[in-house]
Design a protein. Structure first.
Length: 228
């Protein structure tokens, strides 16, 4: 049994992490709007990366392939298929309580940000629909969808929880690097989306909603022995 001090730390860690992620996202957004240090860093990173068609062929093709796979429509379709498969495997529809709110909250936040913040992508102005570069929808969708899929798969197979989470982080990292490498997004666009996606996952999975517990075990009806 954890001691009182450890229990207190666990109770405090939930809101503390959410606060750090939320404050970080707000401060970065305000800095971007004001044209502060984030904009200067964006310009430096832009100068250090080649952009589509200007770099080595193989990395360019790999980055393009990753971006295509990370399109929001495809990402949502994949996590939807995983959710349905888990529902059928478990015989319960509770996993929808995790996947549905995660996608809805993430999509609403991204669309609101794009609508309120006027910013064009660095390479192709208007590519993302006018001035809708901030935050990156590709990045936020990739992180949230991969995180939800990892959580659901882990509920079925708890032994691969660490591997599933690591895979979600690696995939998000590949998407981030690819978008910046190809000049489809500024660095601050993708960093903001990582903060946003992490905040959505934390609020839903860890604190305060803990939907992972609602959508998780008992699986396959851990059948209780019948009373005689």
């Amino acid at each position: 049994m954890p001691g009182p001090s450890e229990g207190t730390r666990r109770r405090l860690s939930g809101p503390a992490v959410a606060l750090v992620l939320g404050v970080g996202l707000v401060l970065l957004t305000l800095d971007v709007i004001r044209g502060g240090a984030a904009i200067r860093l964006d310009d430096r990173v832009l100068a250090l990366t080649p952009g589509q068609g200007n770099g080595p062929v193989v990395p360019d093709l790999l980055a393009l392939g990753i971006v295509q796979l990370a399109t929001p429509v495809f990402s949502v379709a994949v996590v939807g298929a995983v959710t349905v498969a888990v529902c059928l495997r478990s015989g319960r529809w509770a996993p929808l309580l995790l996947a549905g709110p995660a996608i809805a909250v993430m999509s609403a936040a991204v669309l609101l940000g794009k609508d309120l913040i006027t910013r064009s992508s660095p390479d192709v102005p208007g590519m993302l629909g006018g001035n809708g570069s901030y935050p990156s929808g590709h990045t936020a969708t990739a992180l949230v969808c991969a995180g939800v899929a990892a959580e659901l798969v882990s509920c079925l197979r708890p032994t691969i929880r660490t591997l599933a989470r690591a895979a979600a982080l690696v995939w998000t990292g590949l998407v981030v690097v690819s978008l910046v490498w190809l000049h489809f997004h500024w660095l601050s666009d993708v960093v903001a989306s990582v903060l946003l996606g992490a905040l959505v996952l934390w609020l839903l999975l860890r604190w305060p909603l803990r939907l992972g517990a609602v959508a998780g075990p008992p699986w396959l009806g851990e059948r209780r022995p019948r009373s005689r």
